[in-house]
Design a protein around this ligand. Structure first.
Ligand SMILES: Nc1ncnc2c1ncn2[C@@H]1O[C@H](COP(=O)(O)OP(=O)(O)O)[C@@H](O)[C@H]1O
Ligand SMILES: [Mg+2]
Length: 246
């Protein structure tokens, strides 16, 4: 198992947001965690990546295993440095005053110790531009001038620049027009099938997420209430009623 989350509990102060959730993802899979606003999706990804942000929750129980080793005590920057996983955060957080190219370069510190650093970085950047041609056309444009969809592509591109082959995505569909949203998921699927990138995506848009992932979990107010293949979840009466509009 690449990632095995066992009975994970997280809190903000004395408010528990995840009440002991368990899920896993194997190398090469696309797995989704679907849930309504406030279900605990971002809290889950924050607990995995543990970015040192003031708004990050504290893990109060359970464990997170990465290739069978607990990573709860691993410093979050080590997770990135060792290319173990990379988070594309909710809301993108790209640098508006930097160009597309500069935004991408910001994430390449992970290659500091690689012998052919420049060649590796150039090769990944080429791959990002091939995947998202819109970004290639705008490589010298400042981030703030990009559309929402392009900013989301840039956020994914920046994550790829770290060289990690496991990406965590927090609601990539948010705020995107349908056409761009499908383009985004098509690109992500290509990454998975051609570059063997493992993808864990949390989404409020259950329909799109289940079409994209091969299996998933349903998160409701901090608990996992259903799991299965995407086809099983799409056919599940409760899931249909609560998340698929019928
Ligand atoms: N910084 C925070 N401080 C206190 N409570 C928070 C904070 N962030 C999230 N929560 C609470 O934790 C729960 C889960 O939130 P979140 O993980 O952001 O849900 P989702 O991403 O699924 O919308 C919600 O009840 C939310 O109000
Ligand atoms: Mg969220």
């Amino acid at each position: 198992m690449l990632l095995d989350v066992k009975d994970l509990k997280v809190s903000y102060g004395n408010i528990e947001a995840l009440h002991g959730i368990s899920f896993n993802i194997d190398k090469g899979e696309i797995v989704t965690l679907i849930g309504a606003n406030g279900a605990g999706k971002t809290s889950t990804l924050m607990a995995l990546a543990r970015l040192p942000r003031p708004e990050a929750p504290i893990v109060t129980g359970g464990d997170i295993f990465y290739e069978d080793k607990s990573i709860l005590k691993t410093e979050p920057h080590i997770l990135i440095q060792k290319k173990m996983m990379v988070l594309v955060p909710e809301g993108r957080h790209i640098f508006g005053n930097l160009t597309v190219h500069e935004n991408l370069q910001m994430a390449t510190f992970t290659h500091r110790r690689d012998i052919n650093r420049n060649a590796i970085v150039a090769e990944i950047e080429d791959m990002v531009f091939e995947l998202f041609p819109q970004l290639a056309d705008r490589r010298k444009q400042r981030g703030e001038l990009l559309s929402g969809g392009e900013q989301q592509m840039l956020a994914v591109g920046r994550a790829l620049m770290t060289g990690s082959d496991f990406i965590l995505l927090d609601e990539p569909s948010m705020g995107l027009a349908p056409k761009l949203m499908y383009e985004m998921f098509r690109a992500l699927r290509q990454l998975n099938s051609i570059k063997h990138i493992t993808i864990l995506v949390v989404e409020q848009n259950a329909k799109v997420a289940l079409e994209f992932a091969s299996r998933g979990y349903v998160l409701k107010t901090g608990e996992i209430i259903a799991s299965g293949s995407s086809a099983e979840l799409m056919a599940n009466h409760d899931v249909k009623k609560a998340y698929l509009g019928g």
